[in-house]
Design a binder for this molecule. Structure first.
Ligand SMILES: [Zn+2]
Length: 222
């Protein structure tokens, strides 16, 4: 694992950062003391679930998801958490250059050596694709000599057919339990997914274990 000075995660919803890169950031921290900033574009207020039993209603969900993200970040050892104030499920309708200009400022303020986001067009949710596209535009606005590296996460089933296999694959091994704890912290959305995931891993389901254990990224040349 290459040494990184500072990693910036740019994701649209609370929980994207945990599923995509919990183990990766914890490994970087453990091996190299890397500083980590998470920037969440929205507070996930349109999330499908309210918990079971309900831990939120439509009015309280944005605050609860922010608190859940703080808890997940504490578990992952994140140093800094930024809320960028966009509305959930609307990113695809924002002007990409306007968002990109904002994200460029965020990237230049944080001054990371590595940015991680979604791969546009291969990330299932319109907010995911829109975030990836805006981050790439933001990176292109930064002079090449000052531009951090970019690693992207593709999650559609056909990703490898479209862009080849991921060039970075981390086996997060003994950090799986802490990643599952961080997933649990996103309680309002993830109770059911988390319970099923843990049950399947306990039962020896290899695909489920691999889904949690291996974190894959595609290096993106801007
Ligand atoms: Zn998401």
């Amino acid at each position: 694992m290459n040494k990184e000075r500072h990693i910036l995660l740019l994701f649209p919803h609370p929980d994207d950062e945990t599923f995509s890169a919990a183990g990766t950031i914890m490994m970087h921290k453990r091996e190299h003391g890397t500083k980590v900033t998470v920037a969440s574009l929205t507070s996930g207020e349109m999330g499908r679930n309210l918990g079971n039993p309900h831990v939120a209603n439509r009015e309280t969900l944005p605050l609860i998801r922010k608190k859940e993200l703080e808890n997940a970040c504490d578990i992952m050892g994140v140093d800094e958490l930024l809320h960028l104030g966009y509305r959930d499920k609307t990113l695809e309708f924002e002007d990409v250059q306007t968002v990109a200009t904002h994200l460029q400022e965020v990237i230049q303020d944080v001054d990371p050596s590595l940015v991680i986001t979604f791969y546009p067009g291969l990330s299932i949710h319109p907010d995911h694709d829109a975030t990836g596209a805006a981050v790439i535009e933001a990176m292109r606005k930064i002079p090449e000599s000052k531009r951090p590296k970019l690693h992207t996460k593709a999650i559609t089933a056909n990703a490898a057919d479209e862009i080849g296999e991921a060039d970075i694959v981390y086996d997060i091994g003994d950090l799986m339990d802490r990643k599952l704890q961080a997933i649990d912290a996103h309680e309002s959305q993830m109770q059911e997914v988390s319970a099923i995931t843990k049950q399947k891993i306990d039962e020896g389901d290899e695909d489920t274990e691999a889904w949690i254990r291996y974190e894959e990224f595609w290096t993106y040349e801007c």
